[in-house]
Design a protein around this ligand. Structure first.
Ligand SMILES: *Cc1c(COP(=O)(O)O)cnc(C)c1O
Length: 360
């Protein structure tokens, strides 16, 4: 079988050129005679890899100099606890915007550590829209505001950066990482799991403003203290070396196609093909209000469970895999991250049109 179009929400597709490069370098990385998998993380060769990865993050996102770039483990989910432990240490209060499953899990975790409230939520309409917030939505005396920028399961995305005044703003960008330009200076921290858009699983990248560091609670596990990782160049312990190497290759690929402006244009063009069809189809329907639609995750339904199962089975057979929606939403979801080629979306839409003709 050749390669299929993989619409998985994560881990997800990687650019084919990146996989080819990794394959070519598998046995002998740049004349070292070893694979990156076999290298000491204290070697000169690996130091070069992690330094390049960091430099590329800084260049591609135009990260201001007063921010640290950290390569961490434990997934985005571990940061749900690390964030309050590191940052909820002034008044012990924080406000969360609840826009779906991941924001909710972060919210629940933070509640273990302090006075945490939902400043806004779209739960009333099953997270099919993004609540509008203003500075007045948030309490005055809180340590930070937290939100999830792109909601992987529900397919919504923030088209605005919440105004929090002087209050530090923290965003989970796992499923929209490096998908379009982002003004990092508006944030105290942005972070994401790499397995959606940047690398294989096993890596979290966190970009943190320096003044936020050094205030962790004294009982914070050493491995969750961001300052420890910042002071040790993300190598306090053994980092996920191979995943960091893959991240470097993906970032080189993003740079080679023109950086985040080009990536955004590509992603908009791709998403438009699918959304335009969903808007015209009599069989398939998008589930999210138009103005808050994600460029990355596109949930849609038929509304008839048997017909949906038939569609997913036939699509899989035709080489469009992982289209089944998240178990909490049902229906279908096409995740069309950076690495999904435009042909993948064009061919999926062709397939959907044929399915609609055959089943109406
Ligand atoms: C996938 C995802 C997570 C969870 O990531 P893990 O690395 O599995 O912990 C958190 N937030 C968002 C937005 C996600 O898409």
């Amino acid at each position: 079988m050749g390669r299929v179009y993989n619409f998985s929400a994560g881990p997800s597709m990687l650019p084919e050129s990146v996989l080819n490069k990794a394959a070519a370098e598998m046995l002998d990385y740049e004349g070292t005679g070893t694979s990156v998998m076999e290298m000491s993380h204290r070697s000169k060769a690996f130091q070069g890899i992690i330094d390049s990865a960091e430099a590329l993050v800084r260049e591609i996102y135009k990260v201001p100099d007063n921010y640290k770039v950290l390569f961490l483990q434990g997934g985005a989910s571990t940061q749900f606890a690390a964030i309050p432990l590191n940052f909820m240490n002034g008044t012990g209060k924080a406000d969360y915007i609840i826009t779906g499953r991941w924001a909710n899990q972060a919210f629940k975790e933070a509640k273990k550590y302090g006075d945490v409230v939902a400043a806004a939520s779209s739960e009333d309409k099953t997270y099919t829209y993004i609540p509008k917030t203003t500075r007045e939505s948030f309490r005055d005396d809180i340590d930070y505001v937290y939100y999830c920028m792109n909601n992987t399961i529900y397919g919504t995305t923030f088209k605005y950066i919440p105004d929090t005044g002087d209050i530090p703003l923290i965003a989970d960008v796992s499923s929209c990482f490096f998908s379009e330009p982002l003004d990092i200076s508006k944030f105290a921290m942005v972070y994401g799991g790499a397995q959606k858009n940047v690398a294989p699983a096993g890596l979290v990248i966190a970009i943190i403003r320096e003044d936020m560091l050094g205030h962790a609670r004294d009982y914070t596990p050493t491995m969750l203290d961001y300052k420890i990782h910042a002071d040790n160049g993300s190598m306090y312990n053994t980092p996920p070396c191979y995943t960091i190497y893959m991240c470097k290759l993906v970032l080189e690929w993003i740079k080679s196609i023109g950086g985040l402006d080009a990536m955004k244009a590509r992603n908009e063009a791709k998403a438009k093909i699918l959304y335009d069809y969903l808007d015209s189809s009599k069989l398939f329907k998008g589930t999210v209000v138009k103005e808050d639609r994600s460029l990355m995750n596109v949930p849609f339904v038929i509304g008839d469970k048997d017909m949906e199962a038939k569609f997913i089975a036939e699509a899989t057979e035709a080489g469009f895999i992982n289209l089944k929606g998240h178990k909490t939403v049902g229906g279908m979801r096409a995740s069309i991250y950076n690495a999904m080629p435009i042909e993948g979306v064009e061919k999926l839409v062709e397939f959907m049109k044929k399915f609609e003709e055959a089943n109406s």
